[in-house]
Design a protein around this ligand. Sequence first.
Ligand SMILES: Cc1cc2nc3c(=O)[nH]c(=O)nc-3n(C[C@H](O)[C@H](O)[C@H](O)COP(=O)(O)OP(=O)(O)OC[C@H]3O[C@@H](n4cnc5c(N)ncnc54)[C@H](O)[C@@H]3O)c2cc1C
Length: 536
Amino acid sequence: MADTSGQKKTVDAVVVGAGFAGLYMLYRLRGLGFTARVFEAGKGVGGTWYWNRYPGARCDVESMDYSYSFSDELQQEWRWTERYSAQPEILKYINHVADRFDLRRDITFSTRVTAAVFDEDDDRWDIRTDTGEQVSARFCIMATGCLSTAQVPDFKGRESFEGKWYHTGHWPHEGVDFTGQRVGVIGTGSSAIQSIPIIAGQAAHLYVFQRTPNFSVPAHNAPLDPDYERSVKANYTEFRRQARESRIGFVVERNDKSALEVSPEERLSEYEKRWNRGGLGFAATYTDLQTSKAANDTAAEYFRAKIRSLVRDPAIGEALVPRHYPLGTKRLCVDTGYYETFNRDNVTLIDIKKSPIEEITPHGLKTRDAAFTLDSIVFATGFDAMTGALMSIDLRGRGGETIQQKWAEGPRTYLGLAIAGFPNLFAITGPGSPSVLSNMIVSIEQHVDWIVDCMTYIKEGGFAAIEATAQAQDMWVEHVNDVGHMTLYPQANSWYMGANIPGKPRIFMPYIGGVGAYRQKCDEVAAKGYEGFSLR
Ligand SMILES: Cc1cc2nc3c(=O)[nH]c(=O)nc-3n(C[C@H](O)[C@H](O)[C@H](O)COP(=O)(O)OP(=O)(O)OC[C@H]3O[C@@H](n4cnc5c(N)ncnc54)[C@H](O)[C@@H]3O)c2cc1C
């Protein structure tokens, strides 16, 4: 790489982001002899697991699944301590990977990529950072994350608050001790559901401001069973193969029946079995839970009864019961003692759909009907999912057209990997790919492997550039939409639909056709000489 006094550096590839995706991308690029530079806004590796240090943060895909498969030595030597590992352990793992494969030397930390502009004269990307660096790269790879742009609602008076406020996705590294404090948590999505039981154990009083109740299934987290660990490690190759070919990137017990074809007694016993096992496998109890409202209602009713049975005060139980969208169409949460937390005397649930937050005040916040004095506010308000990170870069393709123009009506990609008008640019787990509907490490590895194969094809074929055709992209977008609309997902105001961001177009962004089927499609595209792409 040239790095001489003020001259523009040149590399084969710039990778933006050093989470699971960016790190594996760098590893593969190096292995194939591509020169690469990774830019990461954070001070360290880890992405999601670097930023989300809130109490209770942990994965909800089991750790034996939610880990890299690319190195057998790595997967054999690493030992997870719990069924679902907590954030510090996952971060330790990612740091271990960075060290074990000597990745840090090509990563520039504390540096945000602010612009990436395609130069049509030499088919290269001109990449600029907030530290004034400028790099010219043949390929630009966006490993910027689907859930990396924290969303803090713009409440009136937010800046006037005299206490401390936090977003779960930007948690202070030194941790926060809420002992003796009056704390308000705004939001009841996955991060809130994980953190509320722990914050409630510390705070003098916790006020939970809920707009939409969520369905959450118990994790039944526990130390990892050594027999289970041994059996997975003895068969890891097969275990990973099955995950890659599965619907969601990990194997859950499937049932080939409709929820409507079995007796109510059988259904109840099956739901009970899954609830007691814990975790996301609940959503696979019957084949039609995501496609038939009547089938879904049976599972949702089961959940509602469970919530009522866990919460002592019937009025609070009712307020925690989700009613207005099918189960699983907003991300199903996985918790440890969430509903039971509302049995504590120091926890109050406030329904902000009925009585919206009107403003943040110097000493707390005001809803339409009441004022609350707070020492700290926790925004568990999620992310500008799937598009936020890309849309905050000044990203310009052919003819100077910006991503903001291209995606004004919602994201459009070919396979979630490439964008027409943006040659030699790839997105890892972009909108239009299974991404957030899957075990993301499986999806990340698949995308990275596909991208490096494609780059090798370009290099060896002597091509200057590859670009998705507008026609292939249109067809893919239509397919993603069609498949999405065969399910109940679009019925919910979810972040999958962009509904948590004011003004964001309502499009069902991820591809729900299944991880295995999607992989097959990507492989076919490659086997046909990159069908749907134009090569120059
Ligand atoms: C709390 C939480 C729990 C989760 N649990 C699971 C789970 O159990 N299973 C699962 O499959 N998925 C889970 N996810 C999703 C998780 O995001 C992915 O599994 C995975 O970590 C994504 O890795 P990534 O590298 O693609 O993105 P990220 O980890 O988000 O990394 C992207 C990185 O890019 C950097 N970046 C972005 N823009 C720029 C820029 N312009 N310049 C420089 N750097 C930039 C960011 O700082 C970030 O570090 C969870 C997400 C959250 C928030």
